[in-house]
Design a protein around this ligand. Structure first.
Ligand code: ZN
Ligand code: ZN
Length: 388
């Protein structure tokens, strides 16, 4: 296929299509030129199983050595090698691997990648601290009525089976991840040559964005088309908290919707000059989604609307987690594994309303408005936008 130069008039970068793939993004590869004239390759790594979020976009650029940001799902290493071959770069040439966060669709093939490339492995410090534990089992839910209810609903209905199935499907991934050591732990403001790391927790505690010139590799922090799932608040179990690396972490700044919205503010503060390169949906439905920071503002607005609806429902007397969740999500979004995601997302929103002083939650988990005249969440969100 002859290489074609596609210039998108609304964006400052030249985007060269290296490989044309499917309308859903699979098999596409681009070469994006940054503001300093640096080439950033973007390749879609197809997952081995169908995924709602689509392929994972892996980025490759030179910053004092060839650097890769993000890989694909477990067992997708052959797909990655195929995708890389389109750029003319082989995995062996990569000097450094950065993972934007520790979800399996990003770090799913780290051991194979490291053994083939001998690359230095970099991730946020909380990735190193937490990867040794089963992620669904680190939360002490006993001290929060909402978390107690979430635990009960999850345990009664689906949690055990879903997690067990997920674990069995990718047992090797979970076990390897525990023993693969990180060479360089990143924190907010870390630099790798002239790439800058921003810590942007909320979707995941270890979520980072990587800035290279005017391009921001956002991982799952900011995505086009879909709103990333925010975590609910976290209180580590006592025994996990005692682990030396975990002890140094501050849960309240790594988890929860308030944390996530603050991290969106950080991206908004980067201003109109930057372009966002997401880990999913860079190309979908036959079009390229190269967004600016306004996408982060849209996501803030989405959460503000959801808070508004919850606030309204509570004001009209809906007072428990299940009722609030069913009034917010369509039935189809509450089936199987989706139910826990929906419940925990509602918990994340209720925790924010609780934190800012808009609602009171009884020990039994029922909710009432504190003062129906002046919702405080609006100020909380606006202050973040002003601060940033
Ligand atoms: Zn993720
Ligand atoms: Zn992802």
């Amino acid at each position: 296929m002859p290489e074609s130069l596609v210039i998108l008039p609304e964006f400052p970068q030249n985007i060269r299509v290296i490989n044309q793939g499917e309308p859903d993004g699979q098999d596409w590869a681009f070469k994006i030129t940054s503001s300093s004239g640096r080439d950033v390759f973007a390749v879609a790594i197809s997952p081995v199983n169908n995924s709602r979020t689509g392929p994972t976009w892996s980025y490759i650029f030179d910053a004092d050595g060839l650097t890769t940001v993000d890989l694909g799902t477990p067992n997708s290493f052959a797909n990655l090698e195929k995708a890389y071959s389109r750029t003319g770069i082989s995995v062996r040439e990569i000097d450094r691997l950065i993972i934007t966060h520790g979800h399996s669709d990003h770090d799913g093939t780290v051991p194979e990648f490291l053994s083939k490339s001998g690359a230095e492995f970099c991730a946020h410090e909380s990735y190193s601290a937490l990867k040794g534990f089963d992620q669904w089992d680190i939360q002490d839910r006993t001290s929060s009525p909402l978390q107690i209810e979430l635990e009960q609903l999850g345990r009664e209905k689906i949690e055990r089976n879903v997690y067990k199935e997920r674990y069995e499907l990718h047992e090797a991934y979970y076990e390897d991840r525990k023993t693969t050591s990180v060479d360089r732990n990143l924190v907010d403001g870390s630099t790798i040559s002239d790439a800058t790391i921003f810590s942007t927790p909320g979707h995941s505690p270890d979520q980072i964005c990587v800035q290279i010139d005017d391009l921001i590799l956002t991982g799952d922090h900011v995505l086009p088309e879909i709103t990333p799932h925010p975590t609910s608040k976290m209180l580590f179990r006592e025994d996990i908290k005692k682990s030396p690396l975990v002890e140094a972490l501050s849960e309240e700044h790594l988890y929860g919707l308030g944390t996530y919205i603050e991290s969106l503010g950080k991206v908004i503060a980067l201003g109109e000059e930057v372009r966002l390169l997401p880990a999913h949906r860079l190309f979908n439905k036959g079009q390229l989604n190269l967004c600016g920071v306004e996408r982060a503002s849209d996501i803030v607005l989405h959460h503000q609307r959801r808070l508004e609806r919850l606030y309204g429902h509570i004001g009209r007397g809906k007072s428990n987690l299940t009722d609030l969740t069913t009034s917010l999500f369509e039935r189809s979004k509450l089936l199987g594994g989706n139910l826990m995601a929906a419940l925990s997302e509602v918990v994340a929103h209720l925790e924010l309303l609780d934190d800012v002083g808009d609602i009171e939650i009884s020990n039994e988990g029922s909710m009432t408005l504190i003062d129906s005249e002046t919702p405080r969440y609006v100020d909380f969100i606006q202050n973040i936008a002003i601060d940033s």
